[in-house]
Design a protein around this ligand. Structure first.
Ligand code: GRF
Length: 203
């Protein structure tokens, strides 16, 4: 039986990317397993998804801490206690401190609903619509201290169609997010993502 990569997932909301990762980890030959789900929001539906899957959940409310770093240190302690060796941000809507990013250097990834480096930050799908681009998409990347930056592991594109609203485009991108995230974690957990500095090689 191969050793699966114990992974902690950070969420803040609906958790559809978390659900995609839960479904992927259900497959016996998938090389990762989820050891913990942390949400900074008590009402995140992703917590229900995790509980339904029998996954340990923790709510760590960022409002309970005096600083970003103290909140991050609390998350870090729970992640270590869960024996997770890798961390996936999945709809996690907090900027992580430099301290946390350093602790999990090259063991922390995020998914962003745009083709980075275009359209960093919030409302990326709306930014794409407002810019009039004809192609949008998503990016899975290693996290660095700069927001929505870091070496890119995988991207996927979708067309922007006439009449698209933010909701319609976001839903179209979300389908690709789920595919990209599960495939990215599979590659990482299989040891097929090699990173040196900011250069990535996928074997
Ligand atoms: C997704 O578009 C994700 O890229 C962004 O938040 C949206 C919701 O994600 N960060 P989820 O359904 O909570 O996984």
């Amino acid at each position: 039986m191969m050793k699966k990569l114990k992974t902690a997932i950070l969420i803040s909301g609906s958790g559809t990317n978390l659900q995609a990762l839960i479904d992927a980890c259900d497959k016996p030959d998938y090389p990762a397993e989820i050891s913990l789900v942390i949400s900074n929001k008590a009402d995140a539906y992703g917590l229900t998804r995790a509980k339904n899957a029998g996954i340990v959940t923790k709510i760590i409310n960022h409002k309970d801490f005096l600083s970003r770093e103290e909140f991050d240190k609390s998350m870090h302690a729970e992640i270590i206690a869960s024996e997770a060796e890798f961390v996936c941000m999945a709809g996690f809507m907090r900027l992580l401190s430099e301290w946390f990013v350093d602790q999990w250097h090259n063991k922390l990834v995020n998914i962003h609903p745009s083709l980075l480096p275009s359209f960093k930050g919030i409302d990326a799908q709306k930014q794409a619509l407002d810019a009039g681009v004809k192609t949008a998409g998503c990016t899975v990347h290693f996290v660095r201290k700069e927001m929505d930056a870091g070496p890119i592991i995988m991207q996927a594109t979708v067309p922007v169609l006439p009449g698209d609203t933010v909701e319609i485009l976001s839903s179209r991108i979300l389908v690709k997010e789920h595919e990209c995230y599960t495939e990215s974690l599979r590659l990482i957990a299989s040891g097929r993502v090699k990173i040196k500095g900011d250069a990535i090689q996928i074997l």
